[in-house]
Design a protein around this ligand. Structure first.
Ligand code: PLP
Length: 411
């Protein structure tokens, strides 16, 4: 018999399966709201000008294909660090030698994410000395590095608490990394908003030194984030319980259109002295989905204030900033239109305020599974069963049709 005769057929991926079904549908009105990839107002993929220019430059420069250091291109990781933590934080950690991991210790792991394999990853200390940072295979690869690192070195209980609900892949990535996965309350179905008290209660009652996963901004799938004041409180709550903050930042810039505003939680926690882990993805904000560009970082000690190079970082990120703003603004406009059509044109009795209150790429509509099923069956609208729609798939051409379809299944 074959060695693999005992391998059972696994279930298909929930989100990619939706795209498959969408592709098979021949109806001209069909809409794909399943996958979180930005589309322009004609429903077409969008490559940023900055990316086009960089590609051109790469071609012109005729670069070689030599190996990079194991932690990746240091000029890239340093800029990724500045983008997330702010130039002040990074510069204040330069030239100061307190380090978290013994200098002589080179931590090696084998990382496998989806179909990609990095042979090994080693943490070196780039010039900032306190922020350990490595290039990663997009956000998922960074999560995997973080999970594996905690699995091997975290000195307390190796259970990570994730919000309910959370991105579908979190549980698989962390349990494959050897961590236990538990949950804390997050979304309030009655208000379609944040259950802040429930969240706080669960985080407070988790055993001391627990690992808490936080979506840094534009929470997926709910589009509901804590306010700045609530982030401040959360920073205190985690401190009080000596919890460890693990940030997943897959949408920096997508919540507000402002890179700095969206980095608030990460920066607040870091400046409050939390030794955070941070996973950055450049799939969405740079539109690099399939290219798998990300960064993993870990803060190794308390920050010191030092002179900043903020003006330089601002100049550096400006082109990206303005482009992410174009994407974020189109999505915000679609939220307003969708809500407007539902309430004004179709006289829906529901307020649908959560469509405009929620932020980022997704809208957690509150549709029940049978309503989702009707949307797909009768209206050719494809979305995940939990009622999450990717606002990136909504365009000025299909928004009214979508509103009508949602109205029909919810009236
Ligand atoms: N984290 C969250 C919350 C996400 O929504 C995603 C992608 O949808 C990721 C991480 C990882 O994405 P990628 O590996 O494509 O960067």
């Amino acid at each position: 018999a074959s060695v693999w005769a005992n391998v059972e057929q696994g279930p298909p991926d929930a989100i990619l399966g939706i795209t498959e079904a969408y592709k098979k549908d021949t109806d001209s009105k069909k809409i794909n709201l399943g996958v979180g990839a930005y589309r322009d107002d004609n429903g077409k993929p969008y490559v940023l000008n900055a990316v086009r220019k960089a590609e051109q430059k790469l071609l012109n420069d005729k670069l070689d294909k030599e190996y990079l250091p194991i932690t990746g291109l240091s000029s890239f990781t340093k800029e990724a660090g500045k983008l997330a933590y702010g130039a002040d934080f990074i510069s204040s950690h330069e030239g100061n030698c307190t380090i978290f991991i013994n200098k002589s210790l080179h931590f090696k792991i084998h990382v496998q994410t989806q179909s990609h394999l990095i042979s090994s990853t080693k943490f070196l200390f780039f010039s900032t000395r306190k922020v350990v940072i490595s290039q990663s295979i997009s956000g998922t690869g960074a999560l995997r590095i973080g999970g594996s690192f905690l699995g091997r070195f975290y000195p307390h209980a190796k259970t990570i608490y994730v919000p309910t609900p959370t991105w579908g892949n979190h549980k698989a990535v962390f349990s494959d990394s050897g961590l236990g996965v538990a949950q804390y309350r997050y979304f309030d179905k009655n208000t379609n908003g944040l259950d802040f008290n429930g969240m706080k209660e669960d985080i407070l009652s988790a055993p001391k030194n627990s690992i808490i996963l936080l979506h840094a901004c534009a929470h997926n799938p709910t589009g509901v984030d804590p306010t700045l004041a609530q982030w401040n409180e959360l920073s205190e709550v985690l401190k009080e319980r000596s919890h460890f903050a693990f940030f997943d930042m897959a949408y920096q810039g997508f919540a507000s259109g402002d890179i700095d505003r969206d980095a608030y939680a990460v920066r607040k926690f870091a400046s409050d002295g939390h030794q955070i882990i941070l996973c950055q993805s450049f799939a969405k904000n740079m539109g690099l989905y399939g290219e798998r560009v990300g960064a993993f970082s870990l803060v190794a000690s308390n920050p010191k204030e030092k002179a900043a190079v903020e003006s330089q970082i601002k100049i550096l990120i400006r082109p990206m900033l303005s482009e992410v703003k174009v994407m974020a603004n189109r999505i915000i406009t679609m939220r307003e239109k969708l809500q407007g059509h539902l309430v004004n044109d179709f006289q829906s009795k529901k307020s649908w305020n959560h469509i405009t209150d929620q932020i980022g790429m997704f809208c957690f509509t509150g549709l029940a599974p049978d309503q989702v099923e009707r949307l797909t069956k009768d209206f050719h609208v494809y979305l995940t069963k939990d009622g999450r729609i990717s606002m990136a798939g909504v365009t000025s051409h299909n928004v009214k049709y979508l509103a009508e379809a949602i109205h029909e299944v919810t009236k």
